[in-house]
Design a protein around this ligand. Structure first.
Ligand SMILES: Cc1cc2nc3c(=O)[nH]c(=O)nc-3n(C[C@H](O)[C@H](O)[C@H](O)COP(=O)(O)O)c2cc1C
Length: 208
């Protein structure tokens, strides 16, 4: 039996043009540099599952097995999440909360995340802390193990503002992570590593 622990890096934003995949790439690079043997990283992009607004007739928490789902999209999403032992959830913040797409995607799940460690990483104009808190609460209710460290990454506020938005915030909205932002986020690597350390610790403690 393989004891390799698979960590899913979930990209939660689903817009046609989005910066989410680049944020996940930044996180992946940080984590890859401290990945011990026995751990693998696995990319999960919510957008690729094209989930409709939750349309199953069952409550995921109440069903004994996944055969109770009636739609192929639910089964594909559930199967993908089931494969992983722990997660780093990368989320944007829209209007003070998580993007509807990631909340909707989580609503399809229960057993697939129950008891599994989660580090939530948010990004935004002020770090996306409200979206982060909201998803931590949702995941807690679903029985996931949320690690103590909460990572909030703020787009650089350098440069000229237009309509109140910094240059790098405007760039992010157009799907590009700015150089100043990447440089500033480099200073938060130890925080990301700390959160991931807590994920690894929770995994080691978890019963097989
Ligand atoms: C509908 C919408 C609402 C937004 N609301 C917020 C917000 O409440 N807080 C924030 O920090 N940024 C907000 N933004 C700006 C986003 O941080 C920025 O566009 C970022 O690129 C979104 O991530 P994404 O590109 O992965 O979708 C909002 C963007 C959109 C599209």
């Amino acid at each position: 039996m393989s004891t390799t622990k698979k960590i899913g890096i979930i990209t939660g934003s689903t817009r046609a043009v989005r910066v989410g995949p680049q944020v996940s790439e930044f996180i992946t690079k940080v984590l890859s540099s401290q990945l011990p043997p026995g751990f693998t990283l696995h990319q999960i992009d919510v957008a690729t599952f094209k989930l409709p607004v939750f349309d199953e007739s069952v409550i995921p928490a109440a069903i004994p097995n996944y055969a109770s789902f009636s739609h192929a999209h639910s089964i594909a999403w559930s199967d993908e999440i089931k494969k992983c032992d722990a997660f780093v959830l990368v989320t944007a913040e829209y209007n003070g909360g998580p993007p509807g797409g990631i909340k909707n995607a989580l609503d399809y799940l229960h057993h697939e995340v129950h008891g599994k460690p989660f580090l939530v990483v948010s990004y935004g104009i002020h770090g996306g802390g409200s979206a982060n808190d909201s998803l931590r609460k949702t995941l807690e209710i679903m029985g996931a193990k949320i690690v103590e460290t909460k990572v909030c990454l703020t787009f650089s506020q350098k440069g000229e503002k237009m309509m109140g938005l910094s240059e790098d915030t405007r760039l992010a909205s157009a799907g590009q992570l700015g150089a100043s932002t990447l440089e500033e986020w480099g200073g938060q690597k130890s925080e990301i590593e700390k959160g991931f350390g807590e994920v690894k610790e929770a995994l080691v403690k978890a019963p097989e």
